[in-house]
Every structure is written in structure tokens, then in C-alpha cells.
Design a protein around this ligand. Sequence first.
Ligand SMILES: C[S@@+](CC[C@H](N)C(=O)[O-])C[C@H]1O[C@@H](n2cnc3c(N)ncnc32)[C@H](O)[C@@H]1O
Length: 193
Amino acid sequence: MPEPLKASFWNTKYLTNDFGWDIGYPSPPITEYIDQLQDKSISILIPGCGNGYEAEYLWKSGFKNVHVLDYSEIALENFRLRVPEFPIEQIHIEDFFTHTGQYSIIFEQTFFCALEPSLRLAYAIKVKNLLKPGGKLVGLLFNEALHADRPPYGGSSLEYLGYFQPHFNNVYMKNCFNSIQPRMGRELFVIFS
Ligand SMILES: C[S@@+](CC[C@H](N)C(=O)[O-])C[C@H]1O[C@@H](n2cnc3c(N)ncnc32)[C@H](O)[C@@H]1O
């Protein structure tokens, strides 16, 4: 069983530019989803947001009730410097599992796969507790084995069903058709409400 990962593990990666997961721009499947949202006043959380490109996209698209969360202060400092007008009280330097709040949408992008698999059920329950009635988790989950001993940890739709189905009324998972090229055919687009 690997050691639980700490903020220092991720801080080191950001400081040494060792962040292969970071695509450098907002993820197209997520921006396409965002582009069809009508109500820009909804509360949105992006946990494990890293450099936060999707949050920047939301903010610049007029969504003002957007919250970013990461326990790496380096990642969030990068975000703050890039988007200085983003409200400081909506930037949470915090462990996801201790965060409190109520959101209409929680976006997922390479955060779930960064957590030890032993935390997956806890993630599903935490997401449920952070969602308002009718709220949704929306985003991307890898659909392949990847690593067993370090992030990114992989998985399959069958495994994910086991965590989410008991806690959500609707569990939508489909092969993602608009992934970035290196992830094409390797991820699921999910909406759990
Ligand atoms: C693989 S990176 C993904 C970052 C971003 N979502 C992206 O796609 O570029 C995982 C991120 O989750 C953060 N993280 C991991 N475990 C966390 C936890 N328990 N609470 C808050 N953030 C966490 C790390 O600091 C890191 O920034």
C-alpha cells in the first residue's frame, strides 16, 4: 500500500516543472460542457484544480461563483498570479476531504486519479455531501489501468460504478468523444447527479 500523498509531494512537482498531467489550457470536453450552461450564477467547485485553467475559463466566461481548491499552495499561487482578479475568498488552499460548502457543479479533471484508490469511495461520498440537491459531478475519469503504485491511478467504468452508483441517482459514463489527442479513447466523460 503506497504512503498517503501529501501536499509537499505535489508542491515539489509544481516547483520542478514535473507536471505531465497539466495540459496548459482548459480541457475541451469540460469547456464544451461549460459553453452550454445557461445560468452563470451557479456555484461551482473545482477540487484538485492545480493550475486551474478550467476555473480561469469559467471566470472569464462570466461565471463568478467559482471556487478552486487544492492543497498545493504553489499551484494556487500560479493560478492567483495568472488570474489576479479572481476573489481570494474563492481560492481554497485546503485538503479536499475537510472542505465544506454546497455547489451546483463540481468539475473533475485528473484529481480523482491523483488520489490513492483507497480514497475513492470517500471521494464519492465527499462529492455527494458537497453537492446541493440536484447538483452534479461532471468531468473526466481515465478508463484504463495506468499505474498501481503511483498517480495517475487508473480504473474502469465497472470499478467506478461501485463507488458512485450507491450514492448518486443518475450515473452517466460514456467514452469521451472530444478528449485531447493524447487521451483520446482513454477516458470517460461522466455526469453523476
Ligand atoms: C494530477 S494533479 C491535477 C491538477 C489539475 N486538475 C489538472 O488537471 O491539471 C492533482 C492535483 O490534486 C491536488 N491534490 C491531491 N490530493 C489532494 C487533496 N486531498 N486535497 C486537495 N488537493 C489535492 C494536487 O496538489 C494536485 O494539484
